[in-house]
Design a protein around this ligand. Structure first.
Ligand SMILES: Nc1nc2c(ncn2[C@@H]2O[C@H](COP(=O)(O)OP(=O)(O)O)[C@@H](O)[C@H]2O)c(=O)[nH]1
Ligand SMILES: [Mg+2]
Length: 437
């Protein structure tokens, strides 16, 4: 996942400081220095880092952190809020025309994920009940139209195409006309890309913009390309007045610094992140949640939303409450295991669970699957009382459970220890984040 190493470093800095009852000027300067190094090493733009630290210092002074009752936590909160500002705390929702057809263009360099995101976004909008049309406006790459049609089939969204021999501008104009006549709500135009910015491409995009009057021009930028994102975004924005960014390949192992800089430098808000190759792998961008994640506060809300799609809302809410209350039982653990299993491979959801981000790269999904099975079997062989409070279990109880579940006493001990650890972790999370949510 993007940001892993930045997250590791900042989490350490923040943990260090959050627990401190008193802060000296020196503690504070050291903390700011560590944040600075962490940001620079993650490729955040130098000027952005300078401005960021200036704002944090100014806030810290303004709020008199050193004399606060809980100085460490206040500083964490200030850093958290400044990261949100950096990522854009203004409205980053998709803008539709107030009436009639909303035309949206998706632009970007070749291979950054335009076609894929067009389909992902179309699918999100379709799920909201909108009638969506996708226009195959990349007439340069022969396979591009087929690719969009395949995706369209998969998500049940119509694709408008005039084939390879009509130019992109005409295809777009005709497609928009068709959409108006047929009463569509949204048109998403997939466009051609180049490996580098070039004038002919920009001209073509400008022409399509002029002719179709889009309410959104979304630029896909690939998180894996690093600092270059900023330059690409700047150039596209100068020519087209981009209204939003879609940061793709966010699931990859990018340092993430460019993602942190791009809004500050271009002023264009991030609206979505692409987090994989599948249709469902897209997230509406929430600066506050990314800030939580970067600071090691996990992403419970995203996890819960993901969970909501898989099971019902009430169950999800109960799960969060239990996770956050620190009052979990082994039944809750069993339940979360069953639910989280529905969410996909453990490695991909680990990064979202507070305190477990560090492990997400180290998980072998097959092993995890085996461990989950053992854990479930052990819990299922326990009595009701034991599930509530396993500390009452003596050697004979453990042997009974091991026998009943076809596991060993070591396995039983492991499950109990794991449970006690999660419980403790959830408790400290809820105290650490008190006042932040
Ligand atoms: N890992 C990952 N791959 C992606 C993502 N979005 C797109 N891709 C892949 O990137 C490649 C290029 O995507 P495509 O949509 O064809 O890019 P385009 O040339 O800009 O239209 C394809 O192999 C996609 O599956 C993403 O969010 N994460
Ligand atoms: Mg394409």
């Amino acid at each position: 996942m993007a940001f892993n190493s930045l997250q590791d470093r900042l989490t350490k800095v923040m943990r260090n400081i959050a627990g401190k009852g008193k802060l000296s000027q020196r503690n504070m300067e050291e903390t700011l220095k560590e944040i600075r190094v962490a940001l620079l090493e993650s490729d955040v733009n130098y000027g952005v880092v300078q401005d960021f630290l200036k704002s944090v210092s100014k806030e810290a002074e303004g709020q008199d952190v050193l004399n606060a009752i809980d100085p460490g936590q206040l500083l964490v909160k200030i850093v958290h809020d400044e990261i949100i500002k950096l990522l854009g705390d203004d409205d980053n929702s998709i803008k539709y025309n107030s009436s009639g057809l909303s035309v949206m263009m998706v632009v970007g360099l070749q291979g950054t994920g335009k076609t894929t995101q067009v389909a992902k976004i179309a699918n999100l909008m379709r799920k909201e009940g909108k009638k969506v049309l996708m226009i195959a406006g990349d007439v340069v790459r022969p396979a591009a139209i087929e690719q969009l049609k395949t995706l369209g089939n998969e998500i049940n969204v119509e694709v408008f195409s005039r084939g390879l021999f009509v130019d992109a501008l005409n295809t777009s104009i005709e497609g928009v006309k068709y959409a108006k006549n047929e009463g569509f709500d949204v048109v998403l135009i997939d466009t051609a890309g180049r490996l580098q910015i070039d004038d002919a491409l920009m001209q073509e995009l400008e022409n399509i913009k002029k002719a179709t009057n889009p309410c959104e021009i979304l630029l896909t930028v690939d998180a894996l390309t690093g600092q270059d994102i900023v330059n690409v975004a700047k150039t596209f924005n100068e020519r087209l007045n981009v209204t939003g960014l879609v940061v793709t390949k966010f699931d990859g192992d990018s340092k993430g610094g460019s993602v942190l800089s791009v809004k500050a430098i271009t002023g264009v808000p991030i609206k979505y992140t692409g987090v994989g190759e599948k249709i469902g792998d897209i997230d509406v961008f929430h600066p506050d949640r990314l800030a939580d994640r970067i600071l090691g506060m996990g992403d419970v809300v995203s996890l819960v939303e993901k969970a909501q799609e898989e099971f019902d809302e009430k169950a999800a809410e109960e799960m969060t409450m239990r996770m956050l209350s620190g009052k979990m039982t082994l039944d809750d653990m069993l339940y979360s295991l069953e639910q989280t299993k529905k969410l996909g491979p453990l490695s991909s959801i680990m990064g979202m669970i507070p305190g477990l981000g560090d492990f997400s790269g180290k998980i072998n999904d097959a092993d995890a699957d085996k461990a989950t099975k053992v854990t479930k079997a052990v819990i299922q062989s326990m009595t009701k009382e034991e599930r509530k409070d396993p500390s009452i279990m003596r050697g004979t109880h453990k042997r009974r459970v091991a026998k009943g579940s076809g596991t060993s006493v070591d396995d039983v001990n492991r499950v109990i220890n794991q449970f006690e650890r999660s419980k403790k972790m959830m408790r400290s999370l809820s105290s650490m984040t008190k006042g932040l949510f």
